[in-house]
Every structure is written in structure tokens, then in C-alpha cells.
Write a protein that binds this ligand. Sequence first.
Ligand code: GAR
Length: 196
Amino acid sequence: TKRVAILISGSGSNMVALAESMVGDHPARPVLVVSNLPGAGGLGRAEAMGIATAVVDHRRFAGDRAAFEAELARVLEAARPDILCLAGFMRILTPWFTARWAGRALNIHPSLLPKYRGLDTHARALAAGDSEAGCSVHEVTAELDGGPILGQARVPILPGDTPERLAARVLPMEHELYPAVLRRYAAGDRTPVFLP
Ligand code: GAR
């Protein structure tokens, strides 16, 4: 069984979807949830599911990204994960960290990559007049939101959409896509998943 650690910064709804999927004959199990913010709502949700949690507060490192990542790596590696899932983790990771996890780390991003790497993806899709939006799961590399795509889900953009309304349409697709990709990935299959 593959051991999965999950990095979060917020409500952790993708973390919950991943954790709830890792049951029965699933090839993986969640072993640790780590947040860089002590107030992240996902920490309580992980605890309620009986998953070990930890906080590595980046603000304690006063801008010393290397020191933050060294501590994050230490906390993670103590749980001996085989796979690392970024799920709404809002810190940029340096090449030092991404190299350590090369071929073992996934991220979910709320756009149809390669469009709209970075932040404010839904507002940018609306401003561009796109007719569809979505989410992508990709391998984590040194390039921000730039690793090989392992899955994508699309939704229509509708008249009157706001970034919030679009996010509310995309998020349930994230909760389908990420577990579908992780199941394949944990079984050693890197064939991309396309939804719907
Ligand atoms: C999700 O929409 C995720 O795709 C996005 O943050 C949200 C986290 O929600 N991630 C990024 O923007 C990464 N740069 P959650 O905490 O409820 O899973």
C-alpha cells in the first residue's frame, strides 16, 4: 500500500475527497496532512477522519524559504510517504524541494493548464472571454503549475458567471478528478484522466 501525505493551506475540500477515496481496495492510504497555516479548516477535517496532522507555519521562518522547506521536508519525511499530494497548498516550492519529490508529487490547479498558471485563474478565464474552464492535476516540477498533466476536467462558462460562481462549478469537478488521478497514479499508471 502506498503512503500518501497531503499538503493544504485552506478548507481542505480536495484533501477530504482524496482521503475519502482511499478506502477498500484502493492502492493508497493517507498518512499525514500538513498545513502551512495553523488556522486552515482542513486540519480539523483531517483530524475528524483520524488522519495525523502537522503544521509548519511559514511565517515562523521570516522569509527564509529554505528553512521553511527544510522543516516541511523533515516533518513530511518522518511519515515516510510514497506520494505527496498538494491540495490547495498556496506556497511556491523551490527546485530544492520539488527535486526531492520528483516523480512522486501531484498538484491540483483550478484551470485548464497550460492556461492560467498561478493565481486568480477563474477571473482570468472570464476576462479572456473563454467559453470553458476547469481544473488540472499535474506532476509537480520546478516549474510552477508546469509539470506533465495527469488529468483534466472541463466545465462550461455561463452567462453572468463571476469568479465565485465559476469556482463553485469547478470545485466539485476537482473532487472527482483528483481522486481518479491518484487512484491511477498510486497503481503506477500515468495515463491522463479526462472528465467528463
Ligand atoms: C482549489 O480550488 C484548488 O484547485 C486551488 O485552491 C483550492 C483549494 O480548495 N489551488 C490552487 O489555487 C493552487 N495554486 P480546498 O482547500 O477546499 O481543496
